[in-house]
Each structure stands twice: as C-alpha cells, then as structure tokens.
Write a protein that binds this ligand. Sequence first.
Ligand SMILES: [Mg+2]
Ligand SMILES: [Zn+2]
Length: 189
Amino acid sequence: MRKAVFIDRDGTLIKDVPYNANPALISLENYAAEMLQEFKRKNFLLIIISNQSGVARGYFSEADVNKMHDVIQQKLSAFNVQLDAFYYCPHLVEGTIKEYAIDCNCRKPKPGLIFKAAKDFDINLNNSWMIGDILNDVEAGNAAGCKTILITNGNETEWILNAQRMPDYEAKDLKHATQIVLKHGLEKV
Ligand SMILES: [Mg+2]
Ligand SMILES: [Zn+2]
C-alpha cells in the first residue's frame, strides 16, 4: 500500500480567489512547490482534495475546473514536481444546476473524496496526511483516518470546533506543515 499527502487546493496549495475559474489568476502559495518536492522525495502520493461548489452554483463548468488543474500542473512543472491526482466535489445541495444539486458524500467535511482516492491508489490512510486551511478539511481528514494539519493562515473564520474537527497539528504556513510531516509522518512507511 502507498501513503499520501492529501492537500486542499484553494487557500492551501494556491492562493484563495473565491470561485475562480480564470487560470490567469492562479498563484501557488509560498513554499507550495518546495513542499511537494519534499513529500515526493519521501514517496508520498500528492493528491488534491477540493470542494468546487461553483459548478453546482452555475459559476463555471467541470471543464473549467480541469483547465485550472492543467495550469496548476504547468506551474509545478517548472519545479519538476507534479501532483498525482485531483479529486474535487462539484456538488452543493442548494446549487442551481439541477444535476449537481445533491446531498453527496464527497463534499468536505465528508471524507468521500479521500476514500475514493484511497481505493484508486491503494493508499493506507493511517499513514497519510490531510493538509488544509479550514476545519472542514481537518474533519474530512480525521473521518478518513489520516493525520491532519490545519494551516492557520486566517482563512478559517467560523471556528466551529468539536472532537471531530480538532487537527493533530497546527502549522503557521506550508513550510511549517512540511516540517511536521517529515518529523512525525515517516515512522510507518
Ligand atoms: Mg481551502
Ligand atoms: Zn460531492
């Protein structure tokens, strides 16, 4: 079985631009590429886990989401690192596009996307990590049995905390998160 680092996209891997579907506005977060390089060296799969309710809201299409992912890979290729997969949830119960307006099992804080990736890539979730900038990311990671890191960059504003939403670690930025994974994440390989 493999191990993975699951990473939230908006506000974690790339700078948060709400409901952005314009590839020209993509910029990697500080240290994002270097973080991925470090994890790759330690044989982690690198998998994005992202809510993209803009699809259900009618703001952009799944094709637009995939275009964004292509551009992220292009930006990372300059650093000789690539993500292994992008998993995203296009749904939202109260969305306006009927086919996407469902109560799915893949919108974070639910762990459906992580479980799907684990099945597709034969991942041992107990040896894997979820890194995100809000507590919904943490809850999804915890529910999947991963170790979790909350990046405390100010993007979480509601702080609805309970036992299911407590991160294993808090990191002030991606460099700090990288240090935590390399320090605590390599015992079992
Ligand atoms: Mg985020
Ligand atoms: Zn979904």
